[in-house]
Design a protein. Structure first.
Ligand code: KG4
Ligand code: ZN
Length: 343
């Protein structure tokens, strides 16, 4: 089954064609980075306009690049929630239009669920359920107990900022710009991760929950002094910025590492699958390599599948369609939020 995956929930316009949920034929991603960088974050109206301009071009490129035509497609899948309402509308409208024109079904999926399965793509023969899924993106941070690809329960999530959001905010404080994650990682390479004694936040009686807002405030105070405002005078010497970036990064990532490993031990899970933009981080990969128990298999997404992409949408849409056998309604609207309920 050849499945088209459409992703437009935030600032990436992405189209993929995936065979049977596993084999990626093509994965095209256009990042709106150049459009938003002058604003220091995503400007929603510009994001949706750019999706409108780019989605059809990317679709044509994807078909050309894979030597396929629209007639070869069997299923259309799309991110319907959560995300920016205007941006989601662009992808959803394209999916519905293609479904009507080609007379093939379409399936709308939850973007953050798709991040959970992105590291499973192409690894069909290795999967062992139940497993731990870890979504670490700019909008979400949560741990999920995965019964299989399509069924999961959330066991912990952030109670304030997502980890990617914390990277973006710290990058802003350090004057590094947007998107912050890769820039903080780059600066941190040259710093001492023990220079500042930051300790991950524990949420009372919720061992798998996260809180990153206090850590972000500690970075602010280290930079501008106690009780500082975001725009206060910078007191820390410029040559110490790399130490601050490294200490922040180490604290945030060891928190993800330790809580993920604890969940695997507590629930007797043998595999963990990470997804979302922060899974691009090299230090996080090294930490899991070094500190995971030998019995635990850790899977990071393959290249191009951490950040927002159409392949994870196509894979999830395929499995949900095969399981449920029903397509999504043409009356379905985009949904900006998606409630995370912990068990
Ligand atoms: O999954 P994603 O592309 O979009 C959302 O669904 O949110 O994640 C984007 C987030 C941003 O916050 C970005 O700063 C972060 O992922 N990110 C990173 C790295 N690359 C991207 N964070 C830490 N280290 C990285 N190398
Ligand atoms: Zn995402």
């Amino acid at each position: 089954m050849l499945v088209l995956g459409i992703e437009s929930s935030c600032d990436e316009s992405a189209i993929s064609i995936v065979k049977d949920g596993q084999k990626i034929i093509i994965n095209e991603i256009y990042s709106q980075y150049e459009i938003h960088k002058k604003f220091g974050g995503v400007f929603p109206e510009y994001a949706s306009r750019s999706h409108l301009e780019k989605l059809l071009i990317i679709l044509k490129n994807a078909l050309k690049g894979s030597n396929l035509t629209l007639k070869d497609l069997n299923l259309i899948t799309v991110s319907q929630k959560p995300g920016l309402i205007g941006s989601l509308h662009m992808g959803l409208s394209l999916a519905k239009s293609l479904s009507i024109a080609l007379k093939i079904p379409y399936k709308a999926v939850n973007h953050i669920h798709a991040h959970l399965i992105s590291a499973m793509i192409g690894r069909e023969d290795l999967l062992q359920f139940p497993a731990l899924g870890v979504t670490i993106s700019g909008g979400h941070t949560f741990l999920a107990l995965m019964k299989n690809r399509t069924e999961y329960s959330i066991i912990g999530s952030t109670i304030d900022d997502a980890v990617g959001e914390a990277f973006d905010k710290v990058a802003k404080l350090l004057g590094l710009g947007y998107p912050g994650g890769p820039k903080v990682e780059e600066m941190a390479k040259y710093g001492d991760p023990q220079a500042f004694n930051f300790i991950p936040c524990r949420v009372k009686n919720k061992p798998y929950n996260f809180s990153f807002s206090g850590l972000k405030t500690k970075v602010l105070y280290t930079l501008r002094g106690q009780n500082a405002q975001n725009n206060g005078e910078i007191l820390l010497k410029k040559e110490k910025f790399k130490d601050l970036a490294a200490s922040f990064q180490m604290c945030a990532l060891t928190d993800i590492l330790k809580k993920s490993i604890k969940a695997c031990i507590d629930f007797n899970l043998k595999q963990v699958f990470l997804g979302g933009g922060v899974a691009n981080n090299h230090l996080l990969r090294q930490l899991f390599d070094r500190f995971s128990p030998p019995t635990l298999k850790v899977f990071f997404p393959q290249k191009g599948l951490c950040e927002d992409n159409g392949a994870m949408i196509a894979a999830l849409g395929f499995y949900q369609f095969m399981q449920e056998g029903i397509e999504s309604s043409l009356n379905l609207n985009p949904q900006p939020t998606s409630k995370l309920t912990c068990i």
